[in-house]
Design a protein around this ligand. Structure first.
Ligand SMILES: [Zn+2]
Length: 216
């Protein structure tokens, strides 16, 4: 399996620098278990980061450090990629998610949001929330926009929106400019991890009607 939609370089660098909040960090860590390409990027950033920290005075700002890292990442240097953590056999949850939920999907407190749509809160840190969604095959989610950023990592099944078709390992990114109505694939229930840094904004008529019930 190789993902086609990845976190941005900035996000991977911020992860490598340990500057992401818990929810976003969980999403990136989960993607890394499914994506050799991004594991290689993070390993390289960590190696370069260590070297840069040795070179620079400790007063250097994080932005400055990230800029320096972004420049160096273009260098064709050999990299040693860390191995992916081993997930529990038979589980679709990547190891970091298993640790965050303390087990598997069955141990979560699923809340029914509507016909064919369930949600379980995994963790919250500040304004960020990490939630798992279980979406019935073929279901269309009510149209919604975003006041902040919403990143969604597919773990099982798949879904489509205006920007593409997302399969396990892929990350869909939606920000203030994106109003979308994702539709789950017809095959198996779609299970995904979504991290938001602000509440979702339901825009369509149906969205506005169901919003109070969805508790988003
Ligand atoms: Zn990736």
């Amino acid at each position: 399996m190789s993902a086609r939609f990845h976190p941005t370089d900035d996000l991977l660098l911020a992860y490598a620098a340990g500057s992401l909040d818990q929810a976003m960090s969980l999403l990136v860590a989960s993607h890394l278990t499914l994506c050799p390409r991004c594991r290689a990027e993070v390993s390289r950033a960590e190696a370069l980061g260590g070297a840069l920290l040795d070179e620079q005075p400790p007063s250097g700002s994080l932005d400055h450090l990230l800029d320096a890292l972004l420049c160096r990442l273009d260098d064709p240097e050999p990299i040693v990629t860390r191995p992916a953590p081993i997930a529990r056999p038979g589980s679709i949850l990547p190891r970091p998610l298993q640790q965050a939920v303390g087990g598997d999907l069955d141990g979560l407190r699923w809340k029914r949001l509507g016909q064919g749509l369930e949600q379980a809160l995994v963790l919250q840190s500040g304004r960020s929330r990490a939630r798992l969604y279980r979406i019935a095959p073929g279901l269309r989610i009510p149209e919604h926009g975003h006041d902040g950023t919403e990143l969604t990592l597919v773990l099982q099944g798949g879904f489509s929106d205006v920007n593409g078709h997302y399969l396990p390992g892929d990350i869909a990114t939606a920000d203030e400019d994106v109003v979308h109505r994702p539709t789950a694939d017809e095959t198996v229930p779609c299970i995904c991890l979504a991290v938001t840094d602000a509440p979702l904004r339901l825009t369509g008529l149906v969205g506005r009607l169901v919003s109070p019930f969805l508790n988003l």
